[in-house]
Design a protein around this ligand. Structure first.
Ligand code: PLP
Ligand code: ZN
Length: 395
């Protein structure tokens, strides 16, 4: 019998120092930066064959051996993950590429891929003793936190930006979280959230300031490899805010490679950001290892409005080590691409996801991506949360 989780320890992503995972974990005490969960991969490789995943229910917990929750009874789930990898043949013809796939994350509970990270983080935190949470968010993460905390029966205080989409405010309210609106930036909401957590003995769920949201998002990479018959695409185009998805997927592919379950090179990761908030693009172009906070960040794509990502160095590593890149697109281009994705493929995408189509076209035009390649676009959420960006019949 294999273990439910092959979790082994935590590791500082700056200096490599190891820590036991025996309580609530935040950032590394040595360097104050991101902690990665590490698994006993040699033992997993000996004890488990990748074919065991085939017959399990199609949700992210089918990869439980590579997730941090140690007891199956502690999993808090709404059925997240197991989303389709859609073959977008019409769009592929339109943009001129051999094979285009869309990972459709809009089908997750609460309508975005945030569900994966929050399900993992809330499950693990409750397992190791959390009794309540705080959550700063531009919108979608808070909605997911509200839903999963309701499911867990634990309270959560949400600190959401004043101008977050209506859908996010309402989902937080209906799921019973305490919604606090913040007049400021995501960094301000983050500071308030961490402060209240410390003061009131709550656990703060800020992305990459605890190790498990990246583990949840990692399952997108595991699924893509599995859905392709245990291989990787040439490139992944990803709408990048805090970077949890890019960092998580890259980590996931590295684990699969180490397990010998896939072979070859990880896909090239391309980070797409918004013209009005592109700290990673600037850092990539400047050749720096970290990103400067982007001043006066503004974009309709709320998931991309992260002016100073805490894990900037890990995003840049994932892009550079895989030979990928970073580029920014305008809000108007994103909205236009929402129409094109829906008309060509029936995919009602969020503006962040639609941004990847614009990014792909740009990357094809400048030769970064070749016409003979196989590329995955990440549609990170459902367009139903952004109906105000779409036209009605009278307009
Ligand atoms: C949060 C969010 C993003 C950015 O995700 P990261 O993994 O933090 O970079 C992209 N799209 C949507 C819809 C989001 O909610
Ligand atoms: Zn360290």
């Amino acid at each position: 019998m294999s273990d439910f989780s092959y979790i082994d320890h935590l590791e500082c992503t700056i200096c490599g120092r190891e820590f036991p995972y025996d309580g609530l974990a935040t950032v590394s005490e040595c360097c104050g930066k991101v902690l990665f969960v590490r698994y006993d991969l040699p033992r997993l490789r000996r004890e488990v064959d990748r074919s065991i995943f085939d017959d399990r229910p199609s949700n992210m917990w089918r990869y439980n051996e590579l997730l941090p929750v140690t007891d199956a009874g502690n999993v808090i789930t709404l059925g997240e993950g197991g989303t389709p990898l859609l073959d977008a043949a019409t769009l592929a013809r339109e943009v001129g590429i051999r094979r285009l796939l869309v990972k459709e994350e809009g089908l997750n509970p609460t309508g975005t891929f945030k569900a994966r990270g929050i399900a993992a983080a809330v499950s693990k935190a409750v397992e190791v003793g959390a009794r309540g949470f705080t959550m700063p968010s531009a919108g979608n993460a808070a909605g997911a936190a509200a839903a999963y905390c309701a499911r867990a029966g634990t309270p959560v205080k949400v600190f959401m930006l004043q101008d977050a989409p209506d859908a996010n405010k309402k989902e937080s309210i209906v799921a019973g979280s305490e919604l606090n609106l913040v007049d400021g930036l995501i960094s301000d909401a983050g500071r308030i959230s961490v402060g209240i957590a410390a003061e009131q003995g709550l656990f703060d769920l800020s992305t990459l300031k605890e190790p498990c949201r990246a583990e949840g998002k990692k399952t997108m990479g595991l699924e893509i490899a599995h859905q392709l018959g245990w291989r990787m695409p040439d490139a992944i185009v990803y709408p990048t805010g805090g970077g949890t998805g890019i960092i998580g997927m890259y980590k996931g592919f590295q684990e699969l490679l180490e397990l010998g379950w896939i072979e070859g090179k990880p896909p090239r990761f391309y980070a797409v950001q918004a013209d009005g908030c592109q700290p990673i693009v600037k850092a990539f172009n400047d050749g720096t290892d970290t990103a400067e906070p982007w001043p006066n960040a503004a974009t309709k794509a709320d998931g991309l409005r992260v002016p100073g990502p805490f894990a900037d160095y890990l995003i840049l590593q994932a892009i550079r080590e895989t030979g990928g890149g970073a580029l920014a697109v305008s809000d108007d281009e994103m909205v236009d691409a929402m129409y094109r994705l829906a008309a060509a493929e029936g995919i009602i995408a969020c503006p962040e996801g639609a941004a990847t189509l614009v990014g792909l076209e740009r990357l094809l035009a400048d030769g970064s991506i070749g016409a003979d390649e196989e590329v995955v676009l990440l549609n990170t959420g459902s367009g139903y949360k952004y109906l105000d960006l779409l036209r009605g019949p009278e307009e």
